[in-house]
Design a protein around this ligand. Structure first.
Ligand code: DGL
Length: 272
């Protein structure tokens, strides 16, 4: 039986993180759960996102995963702290659940010269103020400008991210962010779905503005975490396998997964 590293997202977005983690740390076993049936999370209440995320984490624990990464900003913003502080001690204090916001916040201050940073995220992530609050703690001299992009996740989930129709909404939200301050020189793509729109985002981004995608940041942070936590590293099996699960249509999920992984990766349907 494997003891995999588990990743969770509301849909396809976390695959952008799994891809980079797998490139950096190919030796581990991985499982991925996309709750596509209940996507998007970004427009849902705190209570519902917490409830759905906890269900998903429990399901991933059933697969013997000692470490779960919430590869979803909305879930990291709305559910992570509760799960870490209230649920994990009851369920199994030896397991770990990590999020994607903290590593992104650690990275952003290293890249900005103007000290003005932008955050693009779901409505839920933006309204939670998780980014401004965490950035203020670590980089108090940075100014943070946020913009919610409620149409971007549906564009990705519906396979429209590389189609001409996506351009309108990409330009719209970027303009809304940049109109808050022309001095923004670094933008965090604070939703794991957004790297799929990166080509279009770059097309409408003013020159000199840098985009931070979370895949690489989270992969580096996980590598450092495992180096610091040898006990966790020893619990993880190293067979190099990946298993993908979705709460929706496995055939559709397989098509999107092909963007990220060479060859055929079977996808199974599960219920939560
Ligand atoms: N990938 C999720 C995130 O990073 C998308 C949330 C959604 O389902 O709206 O926030």
């Amino acid at each position: 039986m494997t003891s995999p590293i588990a990743l969770f997202d509301s849909g396809y977005g976390g695959l952008t993180v799994l891809q980079r983690i797998r490139q950096l740390l190919p030796q581990y076993d991985y499982i991925y759960l996309g709750d596509n049936a209940r996507n998007p999370y970004g427009s849902r209440s705190f209570e519902i996102v917490y409830q759905y995320t906890l269900q998903s984490v429990r399901r991933l624990f059933d697969f013997n995963a000692p470490l779960v990464i919430l590869a979803c900003n909305t879930a990291s913003a709305k559910a992570l702290r509760n799960i870490q502080q209230n649920d994990l001690p009851r369920i199994d204090p030896s397991r770990r659940v990590l999020g994607v916001i903290r590593p992104s916040v650690e990275a952003v201050g290293l890249y900005t010269k103007s000290h003005c940073v932008g955050v693009l995220g779901t409505q839920g992530t933006v309204d939670s103020l998780s980014y401004p609050i965490e950035i203020e703690k670590l980089w108090p001299d940075l100014k943070v400008y946020q913009q919610a992009c409620p149409m971007w996740v549906p564009l990705v989930e519906n396979g429209e991210f590389d189609k001409p129709g996506a351009d309108y909404f990409v330009q719209k939200y970027l303009d809304m962010l940049m109109s808050q301050s022309p001095d923004i020189d670094v933008i965090i793509l604070g939703c794991t779905h957004y790297p799929l729109l990166a080509d279009k985002i770059k097309k409408y981004l003013p020159d000199g503005v840098r985009l931070l995608s979370q895949g690489e940041i989270v992969a580096n942070s996980l590598r450092d975490y495992l180096a610091r936590h040898a006990d966790m590293d020893q619990r993880l099996t190293k067979g190099g396998t990946i298993k993908l699960y979705t709460t929706e249509n496995p055939g559709k999920f397989e098509n999107t997964a092909r963007i990220f992984f060479d060859g055929h990766l079977p996808v199974e349907h599960i219920t939560l």
